[in-house]
Design a binder for this molecule. Structure first.
Ligand code: HEM
Length: 413
């Protein structure tokens, strides 16, 4: 990291560092990443207190506001899944990106899928790719250079979006609407440039991590047939309770998915999508006899305790039932802890549950057993020989998990 760093790997230390953040630690942003996201320069960011902006972002994703977005999430999920059976192979990661990007775009900017949003997604994909480079040098021909160019294009493409939204008076408030309303001590509103860069930051926060989660969900369900069948039974019951196949999922349906919710949690634990967080010490700190000098970094290893046998029995086994009883305190922190805890956690939970619902109620898939193929109701065929995990910027199944699916007779998408 180019800085003296202390590495922690226990939930207790993670809680200490993350929860006492504002007193003793600050968040640490990688300058190469901030540059890609057009994070405001000091001059721009001083126009509005950062605390006010963050509070507004957290408020905009409050549980009750997000709950009202279930119908929209439902519509986007059906749109994405509806084309799967027309594809010879479904590249799960590509499809997951489509779903994640449009769900977050709707939530933060009220934008519905269109050719413009697809272009935005493709361009933003280069930005994410540029973050994965170990050599962030702006040299033509490198992925970092391409990412900087694409990041700038995304930033500019958001300009008409912001201007249009300022003129519209939408009933359904998105994050952008709420950010537009805030004022600084002089009664001034936030500038367009600043709004555009906050949208870039939010896209980064909500897009890639969610897409990766969907891929892991498909993988873990596909590899655990018994659990998949139980999940399908839970989701079939909900679908059968609908009067028309076109009826979207509702809040009541979401709370009737206890098993699928544990699958969501177990996937977050096993995949540890944000494997570590980094903080900088604001002062000299003593933690249980360990001296952390001022300005040193602290690397909070979340994956270490998510997969630690002292915290989770048989940690490499995909076992959603472990979440039927509360996990050990602080041994499960997929969304961080303290003031910077992920405000998108409810949104992504709803997205994941809706996704699993349509996945298992729409598609019959093929399971590969050794060298033979056999048809089952609930499984899908994994194709391609790539195995393993790519680890940067966050852990993702190598090869993007190509699969093959077939539509169920009574499917709804
Ligand atoms: C699987 C999906 C996701 C995971 C694992 C995840 C995880 C996290 C974690 C660990 C943090 C804390 C970072 C820190 O303490 O430094 C965080 C922050 C954040 N997340 Fe998420 N997140 C996910 C999805 C989302 C979504 C869908 C959104 C919606 C836009 C979102 C928005 C944010 C924002 C704005 C922050 C910064 C909060 C702050 O600094 O106060 N996240 N996320």
């Amino acid at each position: 990291m180019g800085n003296p760093t202390i590495v922690t790997s226990t939930p207790e230390a993670a809680r200490f560092v993350l929860a006492t953040q504002h007193k003793s630690f600050t968040t640490f942003d990688y300058p190469s990443v901030s540059r890609l996201l057009s994070i405001p320069s000091a001059a721009v960011s001083q126009e509005m207190p950062p605390g006010k902006i963050l509070k507004t972002i957290h408020d905009s994703m409050h549980f009750e506001l997000v709950r009202d977005k279930i119908a929209k999430i439902d519509k986007i999920t059906r749109w994405v899944l509806s084309s799967w059976d027309k594809q010879p192979f479904v590249f799960t990661y590509q499809e997951a990106k489509k779903l994640a990007f449009h769900a977050v775009l709707d939530s933060i900017a009220g934008m519905a899928p269109s050719p413009e949003t697809m272009k935005l997604m493709d361009d933003f994909g280069y930005v994410i790719k540029g973050m994965g480079t170990s050599m962030p040098f702006n040299i033509p021909g490198t992925s970092y250079h391409m990412a900087l160019e694409k990041g700038q294009q995304v930033f500019e493409a958001l300009s008409p979006v912001v201007k249009k939204r300022r003129l519209e008076k939408s009933q359904e408030k998105c994050t952008l609407d709420l950010l537009m309303e805030i004022e600084n001590a002089n009664g001034e509103k936030i500038s367009d440039d600043s709004l555009q860069s906050h949208l870039c930051g939010l896209m980064f926060a909500g897009f890639h991590s969610s897409a990766v989660l969907f891929v892991w969900l498909v993988k873990f369900l596909g590899e655990n047939q018994e659990i998949l069948q139980q999940v399908k039974a839970e989701q079939d019951t909900i679908r059968m309770g609908k009067i028309s196949p076109e009826d979207p999922l509702s809040w009541t349906d979401i709370i009737n998915m206890p098993l699928t919710s544990t699958v969501f949690q177990e996937t977050l634990r096993m995949a540890s999508i944000v494997p570590f967080l980094t903080r900088r010490a604001k002062e000299d700190i003593n933690y249980e006899g360990i001296q952390i000098p001022k300005s040193w970094l602290v690397h909070v290893g979340i994956q270490n305790f998510h997969l630690g046998p002292e915290y989770h029995k048989d940690p490499l086994k995909f076992d959603p039932s472990r979440f039927q009883a509360p996990a050990k305190p602080a041994a499960f922190l997929p969304f961080g802890n303290g003031a910077s805890m992920c405000p998108g956690r409810e949104l992504i939970k709803f997205e994941a549950l809706v996704f699993v619902h349509y996945l298992v109620t729409t598609y019959r898939m093929l399971l590969r057993v050794s060298l033979h193929y056999c048809m089952t109701w609930h499984s899908w065929e994994r194709i391609g020989s790539e195995q393993g995990i790519d680890h940067w910027p966050i852990p993702i199944v190598k090869g993007g998990l190509p699969i093959k699916v077939a539509k169920l007779n009574k499917s709804v998408t």
